[in-house]
Design a protein around this ligand. Structure first.
Ligand code: SF4
Length: 619
């Protein structure tokens, strides 16, 4: 507390609010309490200064579990349709799960969700680190930020003690410096969720950082936080999580860890992180090159895992993690955790760069600026192509990696050419042309898996709830990495994307890290019983996954989205790949449409991609 006193509360009469947590009701109209949950939600209205705890909607929790699913349900129920995502009408939700804070492996992920300023769709992001555990130990399953504070602030939370603090001295600083300064002030027992300058300028590519190098990366969640004038959330909890039988749970968790988690199919992430994907994508012909104009890169061995991991200085993992995928690298004078596959590919072959140190540096700068490496990188790659084709001169050419890094900071700070580029490829291509090679869906830029070499990815990007995203249905796994489905056909792709889609929706609603790849539905049902004491069947979990997908689609439908927005860039239909395993491939538009119709059928939607009334009513 002594250190706390050195920070300055803002408008102490209104906001230096200590409050006594209201007791959640144990029974009643919102469902009965469940073990594993805190049955409690913290709501902070930054416009009115009202801070209150309230019972978690357990009737919703039973149907959506937590994290992704429950956050989307809350947003659907609480946001009015058509709101401006950057207005005080939007809400930013931090949602945990009943697993959070227990020693269930890989269960430390936090979902951060809001209406996206990049796409206008629902958006939920899964962020690692330790913040999820701190929220839970502070006594909450979730926090909802509403309204907007009148000037830059940060929110301090320690159990029931909540204060709004002056963040004037941090505004304009990078996310890393901000976290370092706050942890100097409060210490390492707290978790810090911060934004960089990109969040302050309300850039649609702005992310929220935690533990320095963990991000809620996509869809502009950092911009939503910035639009509320919140630079950071500082949180610590001193409580615990109650589960039914801790002795039995510990015994079983140790078994699961040994028998399932610590297997080669998962532990590769400890050994190599996601650098291993680079080789798989190069060999499979889905490593994008030169703004997705082709695939594979002759120079890929100059920046692959062998090169990057020579600089390995240390390892790090998220809370409750049994795998620890984080790699601290030092190459030249650059020290950075990461980079992940996506960040390597976008700052490497996709902009014609093979300098490993510069890839690492671009990752560090983007993270500190609070920018999504994928969207920012794709936008610069598109600008390079626009310049080289003479359509519009953005002052940057392929291969100019120093300028690429310089542009990242300009974009985050909305300065000079960066103010334009910060708009992303959808808005820019509507203004300047180049729409055929503007690689996005619904305004979210493409992840780094070339869909002409893995047709299912084109469908996955098209129907994903937050725009082009590889985390919703990772079809490349079956089409390329395990080669269990043929990649260059529409046949069967609706089923694959449907099955992977509901599966991911369940997993993200459990808050389980995607890198625990061997977890099964049976195991998930067992784990949920271990922490809640209630029985769940695999059928119920599958239904929950499908329900979450429908809930997200219903949100987007209410915002005016439908099947015509489930698109792919024209480049995918018109230009064949010249290199790699998929050389000669493009996706015929009829095949793309066929994949969409297959998927809609599995989901029970009509041919226009509309969720029918009967499904909506049951959500
Ligand atoms: S595998 Fe990596 S991302 Fe997943 S929980 Fe562990 S450290 Fe975090």
């Amino acid at each position: 507390m002594k250190r706390l006193l050195s920070a300055t509360p803002v408008a102490a009469n209104r906001f230096a609010c200590r409050f006594v947590r209201s007791r959640p009701c144990s029974t009643g109209k919102w469902g009965r309490e469940m073990l594993g949950y805190q049955n409690n939600l913290l709501r902070i209205n930054l416009s009115t200064g009202i801070v209150q705890a309230e019972p978690l909607r357990m009737d919703w929790a039973k149907k959506y579990i937590g994290s992704k699913g429950l956050a989307i349900k809350y947003l659907y129920e609480e946001l009015n349709p058509g709101i401006d995502p950057l207005s005080e009408d939007n809400k930013l939700i931090f949602m945990t799960t009943p697993l959070t804070g227990t020693s269930i492996p890989c269960s430390g992920k936090l979902s951060i969700a809001a209406k996206s300023p990049a796409t206008g769709t629902i958006c939920d992001c899964s962020i690692g680190g330790h913040a999820a555990l701190k929220i839970k130990y502070a006594g909450y399953d979730a926090m909802i930020l509403e309204g907007k504070y009148e000037k830059p602030c940060y929110i301090f939370i320690e159990d029931t003690h909540v204060e709004i603090m002056d963040a004037g001295q941090y505004w304009g600083l990078g996310a890393h410096v901000t976290e370092a300064m706050l942890s100097e002030l409060y210490g390492h027992e707290y978790s810090y969720l911060t934004i960089g300058p990109a969040g302050e300028t309300k850039c649609g590519m702005a992310c929220i950082n935690s533990d320095y190098y963990r991000q809620a990366g996509r869809g502009g969640m950092g911009a939503v936080m910035g639009s509320k004038n919140v630079k950071a959330v500082v949180i610590k909890g001193t409580g615990s999580v109650k589960i039914p039988n801790i002795r039995e749970a510990c015994r079983r968790i140790i078994e699961i860890e040994k028998e399932n988690v610590l297997q080669e199919d998962n532990t590769y992430v400890f050994d190599t992180g996601t650098t291993a994907f680079l080789e798989a994508c190069q060999d499979g012909g889905i490593l994008p090159k030169k703004n997705f104009s082709d695939t594979t890169d002759d120079r890929w061995t100059e920046y692959n895992g062998d090169v990057l991991l020579k600089g390995l200085e240390g390892k790090r993992g998220c809370g409750s993690c049994g795998l620890g995928c984080g790699n601290f690298l030092k190459l030249g004078d650059v020290i950075c955790e990461g980079p992940e596959y996506e960040s390597i590919a976008v700052a490497g072959p996709n902009v014609c760069n093979a300098d490993a140190i510069k890839i690492l540096k671009s990752n560090k700068v983007a993270d500190d600026m609070g920018l999504d490496t994928i969207s920012a990188g794709d936008t610069i790659a598109w600008a390079m192509e626009m310049t080289e084709k003479g359509i519009h001169d953005f002052g940057i050419h392929f291969g100019e990696i120093d300028k690429y890094i310089e542009y990242l900071e300009l974009m985050a700070r909305a300065e000079g050419i960066g103010a334009e580029l910060a708009q992303g490829v959808k808005r820019l291509s509507e203004k300047y042309g180049g729409q055929d090679f503007a690689m996005h869906v619904k305004g979210l830029e493409y992840p780094q898996y070339e869909p002409r070499g893995s047709w299912g990815m084109a469908l996955a990007y098209a129907v994903s709830d937050r725009g082009a995203c590889h985390m919703r249905a990772y079809a490349a796994n079956e089409e390329i990495f395990t080669a269990t489905a043929p990649p260059y056909t529409s046949e069967g792709k609706g089923e694959i994307v449907y099955r992977m889609g509901w599966w991911s929706a369940v997993k993200f609603s459990f808050g389980i890290c995607d890198f625990w790849g061997t977890i099964t539905l049976d195991l998930m049902a067992e784990i949920l019983e271990l922490v809640t004491g209630e029985q769940w069947t695999t059928k119920e979990l599958e239904e929950i996954g499908v329900r979450v997908l429908n809930m997200a689609r219903a949100f987007n439908q209410r915002e005016g989205f439908n099947g015509k927005d489930d698109t792919a860039p024209k480049r995918i239909f018109r230009e064949v790949l010249r290199s790699g395993a998929g050389a000669g491939q493009k996706i015929p538009e009829a095949a793309f449409e066929d994949m969409k119709q297959q998927y809609y059928k599995y989901m029970g939607w009509n041919e226009k991609g509309i969720v029918p009334e009967a499904i909506l009513e049951a959500l």
